[in-house]
Design a protein around this ligand. Structure first.
Ligand code: T46
Length: 135
């Protein structure tokens, strides 16, 4: 499965904590876009797509949620709940995210600007593409 949980160094003292994320330094891509998701309802399920080329680093600087990741063969669920832990996802991974805490903010650093043609939003099409790329 093409994902990794990365624990970032926390620089802190009695006044608070700071985490620094630098493209090509402590994450393996250059950051071209940042977006964030908030105001999610507790029963919402978002995502339901894969990306053909995009790489992402996803974290919850506030609150928590769960990501279910699927490479066409297996599914794994990870909970993001620490502001210094990021989920690095490479291409061709179907993702759904849900179980949002009321205060949840999901922040995403992405390797490319927004391009709808990079999305696979149909699960059967996703299975066709991952199967043909591995055969
Ligand atoms: C992902 C997960 C974690 C834009 O216009 N620009 C953007 O940069 C993005 C990310 C989205 N949009 C538009 C496209 C849709 O009309 O915003 C709307 C909501 O996007 P979407 O339904 O794709 O949102 P999520 O929360 O299901 O998925 C998002 C990202 O799209 C996706 O890359 O991996 O967050």
């Amino acid at each position: 499965m093409d994902y990794e949980l990365i624990d970032f160094k926390v620089m802190g003292d009695e006044t608070g904590s700071l985490v620094a994320i630098e493209g090509l330094k402590n994450i393996p891509f250059e950051v071209k876009r940042v977006y964030y998701i908030f105001g999610t309802t507790s029963n919402a399920v978002r995502g339901k797509h894969a990306h053909r080329n995009l790489q992402q680093l996803i974290f919850c600087p506030i609150g928590s949620c769960e990501f279910t990741l699927d490479n066409g063969v297996e599914r794994k669920t990870v909970r993001l709940q620490m502001p210094n832990q990021g989920l690095y996802i490479k291409s061709n991974v179907w993702r759904e995210f849900s179980a949002f805490s009321p205060d949840c903010v999901v922040m995403v650093l992405a390797s490319a600007i927004y391009d709808e043609s990079d999305y696979i939003r149909d699960y059967q099409e996703f299975l066709r593409e991952v199967t043909s790329s591995t055969s």
